[in-house]
Write a protein that binds this ligand. Structure first.
Ligand code: NAP
Length: 283
């Protein structure tokens, strides 16, 4: 469930996982305008439906339409997975898990003790920042075009964090501060949680950072998965940084959703392969 959905590749790799277990289930795209959201969610209650993924722009607005929301999704304030259990619609967030799995398994990066800069303060940034503080990073700077949103996210993180030293080292900065390389002086990881650079969008071809401010040897992680590599990752590579794209996160979050719907371990390798193929063919 999302809007628009034309370029979503989730159906390709989710269907591959369903076929692997020969499950008689179909993963469909339900492109939904804002006026239709309530009705679409209600349709999930029909007996033949198992659950759903929720994507941009409904991850936050869908919460009040559900019967229950689990603790992690409540903390993040965003739901990307709905599961129907005993006639009830339950909301979960698997983005945080997908982000960390990809960071470990594909980025070979251990976040504990690291200094992190996040660009963006929307639903994805919320999932990423809560996941990182749970992994005991040592500092977090949140930079967003709309400063108030970055500030609000930093405040909700601070009220959640119990470690006094980390609490002091969570900050929000204005978008203008990106033009100075200073903020990256002691940074180990930069995560782009904005949609800048996304193919088929008005920001296609753009990068949130210029090459001059990207330090060598850090990890630059772009949640945008189409195109590969994104303009940001191309610049980061040129600057001598390590890079990680958003495709593994997409697959790992989808794998966690698959397990919630079916109770079965997702065939990750098959899903990853199918996602890469789909991106090459239709991306
Ligand atoms: P969202 O809630 O709509 O947030 C969008 C963010 O991008 C906001 O921080 C927004 O800033 C910023 N932004 C948009 N256009 C901008 C511009 N021209 N200049 C500067 N900032 C801009 O979306 P979301 O759910 O957080 O998703 C963000 C991105 O992550 C999307 O591209 C999405 O596809 C991707 N994502 C990937 C995965 C994955 O599995 N790989 C998972 C989740 C999300 P303002 O607050 O100022 O509007």
């Amino acid at each position: 469930i999302g809007y628009p959905l034309k370029h979503s590749i989730s159906p390709y790799f989710q269907q591959a996982a369903l076929e692997y277990y020969q499950l008689d289930i179909r993963y469909e795209k339900w492109e939904t305008s804002p006026e239709e959201l309530e009705l679409t969610v209600k349709k999930l209650r029909e007996p033949q439906n198992v659950g759903a993924n929720v994507t941009v722009p409904y991850k936050e607005t869908v919460l009040p339409l559900l019967d229950e929301v689990d603790d992690r999704a409540n903390l993040i304030g965003a739901v990307n997975t709905i599961v129907k259990r005993n006639e009830k619609l339950m909301g979960f967030n698997t983005d945080a898990y997908g982000f960390i799995e990809a960071l470990h398994k594909e980025g070979h990066f251990e976040p504990k003790g690291k200094q992190v800069v996040i660009l963006g303060a929307g639903g994805a940034a919320r999932a990423v920042s809560f996941a990182l503080v749970q992994k005991k990073i040592s500092s977090l700077t949140i930079i967003n075009r709309t400063f108030e949103r970055a500030k609000a996210l930093a405040d909700s993180l601070k009220s959640y964090i119990s470690d006094a030293s980390l609490k002091r080292r969570v900050n929000a900065l204005s978008w203008q501060s990106l033009s100075s390389g200073k903020i990256f002086d002691h940074c180990d990881l930069v995560v782009n949680c904005t949609s800048i650079g996304t193919k088929y969008s008005s920001q296609e071809g753009q990068s949130p950072l210029s090459i001059e401010v990207i330090p060598r040897d850090i990890l630059v992680y772009d949640l945008v998965y189409n195109p590969w590599p994104t303009p940001l990752l191309q610049l980061a590579e040129e600057a001598g940084a390590n890079i990680l794209g958003g495709l593994p996160m997409l697959v790992y979050q989808g794998a966690a959703s698959f397990k919630l719907w079916t109770g079965k371990e997702a065939p990750i390798d098959i899903m990853l392969r199918r996602a890469e193929e789909a991106l090459q063919k239709f991306g």
